[in-house]
Design a protein around this ligand. Structure first.
Ligand SMILES: O=C(O)CCC(=O)C(=O)O
Ligand SMILES: [Fe+2]
Length: 259
């Protein structure tokens, strides 16, 4: 298995992005991706947006959609049919603030020699750019489409990273821990293993990188590694407000985005 040859966060360059896809470095950070005014406008727009909740016990709010929610109970057709509404919901947030998704895609395209675009299924785009707002923990999980979504076009990628832009940070806590232990589960043909609430044995004795979700920054890491978010304490009326997506590297080296 691949291992990190550095314990640092690196800047966004073509070489570092390749190293991240190949899981040789723990993270890339883009400091000051947005101004303080942009962050405030984005957090305010998110709080007015079409925020949904996974369930009542965990107050994890989101705007948009997550493809992995469809993998067991819904068809690909149902997934693709829900994309335009989800994209419209985040576009509304962008219209009231600024568009971090477009900016991030431009930053990737600035350094990457092949195309950077939304993932597609028979020409129809996936959704990208899920907004999240919470001060709750997010349990140990992995995001790795070749195992999670083998029947989708994103199942053909050979590397998966995830970016998050942080518009608002907590007063304390809310950091993310990434464990250098790329997921390689025993898969029974035709079955999709659970990838959330993973066993702690996966992370024992494994090097870890902890990053701070500093408002204004983007952090990118390899989501095939198990990762978790610590609970925290919000500033009065505040939250940990972020937007992000996955980026997969296709066999032709193009990059595709989805959430
Ligand atoms: O918000 C974060 O720091 C990470 C969220 C996450 O699990 C992901 O991007 O895959
Ligand atoms: Fe994740």
């Amino acid at each position: 298995m691949t291992t990190w040859t550095s314990d640092q966060e690196h800047e966004l360059t073509q070489e570092n992005l390749r190293l991240l896809f190949d899981n040789k470095i723990p993270a890339i950070r883009i400091p000051q991706f947005a101004t303080r005014q942009e962050c405030e406008a984005f957090a305010a727009a998110a709080s007015q947006g079409n925020m949904q909740y996974y369930n009542v016990s965990e107050r994890i709010g989101f705007i948009g959609m997550a493809q992995y929610q469809y993998r067991w109970t819904k068809t690909k057709e149902e997934f693709l049919a829900d994309v335009p509404k989800a994209q419209a919901d985040v576009d509304e947030v962008f219209a009231r603030s600024f568009n971090p998704l477009r900016r991030l895609m431009d930053r990737l395209q600035d350094v990457w020699p092949e195309a950077v675009d939304f993932a597609r299924e028979d020409g129809r785009p996936y959704f990208a750019g899920i907004v999240r707002s919470t001060s709750d923990k997010i349990d140990l999980h992995v995001d790795w489409a070749p195992v999670n979504s083998p029947d989708y076009s994103i199942g053909r990628i050979d590397g998966q990273v995830g970016w998050n832009f942080f518009a608002e940070e907590l007063q304390s806590g809310g950091h993310t821990t990434v464990y250098n232990s790329p997921w390689n589960p025993q898969v029974t043909p035709g079955e999709i293993p659970k990838s959330y609430g993973l066993d702690r044995s996966l992370t024992e004795g494994v090097p870890a990188h902890v990053y701070r979700p500093t408002a204004g920054d983007v952090v990118i890491f390899n989501t095939r590694n198990p990762h978790e978010i610590a609970p925290g304490v919000a500033k009065p009326g505040g939250s940990r407000v972020s937007i992000g997506s996955f980026v997969g590297r296709m066999p032709d080296r193009s990059l595709v985005l989805w959430a």
